[in-house]
Design a protein around this ligand. Structure first.
Ligand code: HEC
Ligand code: HEC
Ligand code: HEC
Ligand code: HEC
Length: 223
């Protein structure tokens, strides 16, 4: 009887060992594995959230063909701005009743080719600022009413790589430019700054902000 009891106890101990061991073994596996679907926005540094705003289109950007006949360059880009950083004027006709998001975002939220204007619509970096014409005014003429000595301030220079193949620094400020892909990818991006790698969505992992004073822009002085 005593012997049977000891055998029974041993078997019980063995079973519980196996149960406890296999339980903790599977548990340790579960913890090591974080399914991708559980990764939420909170993994993103809040101040860098804008970088990922259009990243869901990264693969599409990579596959978009380059339309050489309708490309923009930095020259045409700057020409449509009164000074560096100024809101560009609206180069096409607008109906007086079209004030903002409802009409403008049709074309400017995701871009695309517009037959009427024979151009790709630039993607807005700030679709949330819905009162578009508070800042953007239609361009009515190419001439000035009065001759002036106003000269446009230039943008900072590009191509500031430390070494030949290292990532160039971001020569501009980030305020209102958080959403990198809106300007740096797709057919409406000026050709000089269209990125070859829209799929590397964490732009600021490699490109750092120029924390030095931006000299090229210069200081505005009244002539
Ligand atoms: C039918 C599509 C369409 C609609 C609607 C539209 N746009 Fe455009 N927009 C374009 C296209 C295409 C261009 C590029 C024109 C070019 O490069 O010649 C453009 C250019 C611009 C630019 C110049 C951007 C730059 O980088 O120089 C601004 C600013 C602009 N639009 C603002 C607006 C605003 C504000 C509205 C609403 C009142 C609006 N657009 C409605 C298609 C549209
Ligand atoms: C508070 C002022 C303000 C409002 C409102 C605003 N914008 Fe802008 N927008 C700007 C400024 C400033 C720039 C130039 C940004 C820069 O150069 O960094 C700009 C740039 C742009 C550009 C050119 C992006 C590029 O390629 O450089 C487009 C297109 C544009 N805005 C469209 C819109 C549309 C569409 C709306 C309405 C949904 C809108 N904006 C509302 C101030 C504004
Ligand atoms: C409003 C449009 C716009 C947005 C948004 C924007 N950029 Fe730019 N970027 C430019 C322009 C225009 C230039 C050319 C220099 C200038 O005018 O500031 C440039 C230049 C650069 C360059 C230098 C390229 C070279 O060849 O040297 C880098 C790198 C860059 N940007 C990275 C970024 C990153 C990263 C972001 C997102 C945090 C970003 N940009 C957001 C318009 C933009
Ligand atoms: C893994 C690092 C890395 C990431 C992430 C990255 N870049 Fe780059 N980027 C580089 C390197 C390296 C170069 C220089 C390439 C060369 O000189 O051949 C470069 C060059 C550029 C240029 C100059 C034009 C060109 O393509 O050569 C622009 C503009 C640019 N990157 C924008 C971006 C934007 C926008 C993002 C986010 C969508 C981004 N980069 C993400 C490493 C990176």
């Amino acid at each position: 009887m005593k012997r049977l009891f000891i055998i029974f106890l041993m078997i019980l101990l063995m079973i519980s060992t196996i149960v406890v061991w296999s339980y903790s073994y599977t548990l340790s596996h579960e913890e090591a594995y974080v399914p991708v679907s559980n990764i939420t926005e909170s993994f993103v540094i809040p101040s860098e959230e804008g970088v990922f705003e259009r990243s869901k289109y990264a693969l599409e950007y990579a596959e978009m063909p380059i339309d050489k006949n309708h490309e923009r360059s930095l020259k045409t880009y700057y020409n449509n701005r009164a000074f560096y950083g100024a809101p560009p004027s609206i180069p096409h006709s607008v109906e007086e009743r079209d004030m903002g998001a409802n009409s403008c975002l049709k074309c400017h939220e995701n871009g695309g080719y517009v037959n009427k204007y024979n151009a790709y619509s630039p993607v807005t970096p700030h679709p949330e600022k819905i009162n578009c014409r508070q800042c953007h005014v239609p361009k009515k003429s190419d001439n000035l009413f009065v001759a002036t000595n106003w000269s446009r301030t230039k943008g900072p220079s590009i191509g500031n790589n430390a070494l030949v193949t290292s990532p160039p620094i971001i020569p501009h400020q980030i305020q209102m430019r958080e959403n990198c892909l809106s300007c740096h990818a797709g057919p409406s991006a000026p050709e000089e700054i269209r990125t070859t790698h829209p799929t590397r969505i964490n732009c600021r992992q490699c490109h750092v902000i120029n924390d030095k004073e931006i000299k090229d822009i210069g200081v505005f002085t009244r002539k």
